[in-house]
Structures are given as C-alpha cells and as structure tokens.
Design a protein around this ligand. Structure first.
Ligand code: ATP
Ligand code: MG
Length: 329
C-alpha cells in the first residue's frame, strides 16, 4: 500500500509555488493513497517567528489546506508539535546523522550563510524531517525539487539505521513533479518563490485578491525580446519560462503549446492572470468560511494529532528498542 507523508511550514502565507509544487498533488494523492499531511510548526521555529504571527499563520494554513481539498475524513491532517513522537525520533536521527552530512545541506548554507548566530535547529532540522517521514513508514514523499536533498538524507539515515540496528524503517521514495516543479519569484526568476521571503511583489499568495494577482503578473520580470517561447535552458528567458510553467501546471497543457498561442507578453500575462484567479477564487472563499469558526478548526486538528500519534507509536518504540533503550510502553 502507498502511504504518503507531506509537510508544509507555517512560516508565512502559502504561495502559488506551494500550490503548484506540492498542494495540487497532495489533493490528488488522496484518491490512491493513505495520506498524512503535517503542518510542520517545529520546523518554522528554526528561524525567529513572532508568536502571535506563528499562531495566526498556523490556523490560516490549516484552513488553506482544507480549502484546497485536503479531506480530514480520508486523510490525517495534523500539527507536528501536537505529536511529541516527532521531537523524540528526531533526537535519535541526530544520533545517526553526522556533522559532515548536515553541513552539506544547501538549505543550511543558504539560510544560515555561515553565521554563528543562526539557530542550532537550522543545522539539525534535516534530522527532524527524517523523523517526520520515517515515523509513519511513508513509502512516498512528494517534494518540490528544493527538498530533494533532504529526502536523500532521510533515505541514507534510514538505511544506516537499518544496517546498524536491524530492519526498522521503511525507505521512502521521492516523487518530484515534472512541470512547474519549481515556481520562481516573479521579480527575480533566478530565485524560487518562497513564503518566508519578504518579496511581496515576487510572491503570489493563495489568499491574494484578484487585483493583487493582476498587478503582480503584469509587473512580472520578462525580457526585451517580446517573443513567447519556452526554453528552460536559456537563463535570458527565465521570466517567461516561469510564466509558461505556471500556466502549464494550472492548465495541464504543455508550455510549448501554450506559447504557440501568444505573439507578445501582454496577452500571455492577462490570460495567465485569469487562469490563476480561476484557481484562487474558490480557495479564498472557503478559507474565509473556515476562519469564521476557529474552535472547529482547532478541534479538527486535535483529532488529526490523535490519529497521527496512534499511527507513529509503534515505529518509535521499535526504533528505541532496537538501539538498546528500554521502552516505556
Ligand atoms: P519557506 O520559505 O519557509 O521554506 P516554502 O515556500 O519553501 O517556505 P515549505 O514549507 O518549505 O515552503 O515547503 C512546502 C512544500 O512546497 C514543499 O513540498 C516544497 O517542495 C514546496 N515548494 C516550496 N516552494 C516551492 C516553489 N517555489 N515551487 C514549487 N514547490 C515549492
Ligand atoms: Mg522551503
């Protein structure tokens, strides 16, 4: 059986990159797999978060996941911090990972920039991510290609553990969507769209108004050629490639076919605006409805955490026992 674990940080407001690279597939996975969806609030703490904002972003993200189509009756939707097993297995994974391999993680190098004042957790969090996945014996992990390296580490740690302490963990397979795998910042198409970046004009948020979407797409960086074609290997076309990739991902049509219909950037941008708003409008409406009753939302998350705790207990107990720890239960 396919069991899928997916995680997203409440580190800001979810972007179109999150939707195209992840959430869209999460929803479809529910038809074929046993799915667990984790709001990884502990990961968000690797950088400073204002407590009130973190609380608000977490609830907003939970509403958003429900709004895009995650169904809590078919899937397990929960907050990482409400299931203590994650932090516990994370310690064990830190005892399996080496300093050298954590140092090589590009996300640490990017966000940490070698500074000694970054949080220690920014260095160790790939171990927590491995724990998130391994706890549930996930067979498949859908990731945007910014997360490929983390999944590779998870596979290495699980294999090392199994070799040293005996068969305990399932080795998960990565699933990387082809088109639109990485949505780039509209203002700087060499950088990925990222909900924690302060690039307000470069990010399209799933909660943006119609007008905001129109403005951002109109102002998106392109080039001076004014010819619409898709050439992913040409850095000079990065802006247009990005617009075509987004269009392609939302419409399930090849970027080349889309490009063939346009003779200039103006029309491409106005049609893309419409395509994005077709996707976002129903999501926006549903989020507003859900946020009218936060108590219901919180109760729903509690139920999810209870299911997740039951699903992960046995693996944690087995891992501890395999290492020589005396299990409490
Ligand atoms: P942060 O800036 O805090 O890292 P993020 O936008 O990168 O936020 P994550 O919570 O790290 O989002 O990742 C959630 C999911 O979204 C992951 O599966 C990740 O691969 C995917 N994802 C994130 N950004 C993009 C992007 N620009 N294009 C495609 N997929 C993305
Ligand atoms: Mg990220």
């Amino acid at each position: 059986e396919r069991r899928v674990l997916s995680g997203i940080q409440p580190s800001g407001s979810a972007t179109l990159g999150n939707y195209v690279g992840a959430l869209k597939f999460w929803v479809d996975d529910q038809d074929t797999s046993d799915c667990l969806y984790c709001i990884v609030d502990l990961h968000a703490l690797t950088v400073d978060q204002d407590p009130a904002s973190l609380r608000e972003q977490t609830l907003q993200l939970a509403a958003l996941l429900l709004a895009v189509g995650i169904d809590p009756n078919r899937s397990t939707l929960f907050l990482q911090s409400q299931v203590p097993h994650h932090a516990e297995l994370s310690w064990i994974m830190e005892c399996v990972a080496t300093y050298g391999e954590l140092s090589r993680m590009t996300q640490f190098k990017d966000k940490g920039k070698g500074s000694s004042t970054v949080r220690a957790s920014l260095f160790t969090y790939p171990a927590l991510m491995a724990a998130d996945i391994l706890l549930y014996r996930a067979t498949h992990v859908p990731v945007g290609d910014d997360q490929k390296q983390h999944l590779e580490l998870t596979r290495n740690l699980a294999t090392r553990f199994n070799n040293r302490y005996g068969e305990t963990f399932v080795i998960p397979e990565p699933e990387i969507p082809k088109v639109g795998a990485r949505v780039m910042d509209l203002q700087d198409p060499t950088r990925k769209m990222s909900k924690s970046s302060k690039s307000d004009a470069g990010n399209i948020y799933l909660t943006d108004t119609k007008d905001a979407v129109a403005k951002k797409v109109q102002r998106a960086v392109t080039d001076t050629e004014n010819k619409v074609y898709f050439d992913p290997n040409n850095p000079g076309k990065a802006g247009v490639n990005n617009l075509l990739s987004i269009f392609s991902a939302l419409k399930d049509e090849e970027p080349n076919e889309i490009a063939a219909r346009y003779s200039g950037y103006g029309h491409l941008k106005s049609d893309l605006t419409e395509v994005i708003n077709e996707t976002l409008t129903p999501i926006r409406t549903m989020i507003e409805e859900l946020r009218n009753d936060d108590r219901h939302l919180i109760e729903l998350l509690h139920n999810g955490a209870e299911k997740a705790a039951v699903a992960s207990r046995d693996t944690l107990r087995r891992a501890k026992s395999a290492m020589g720890l005396i299990p409490w239960s």
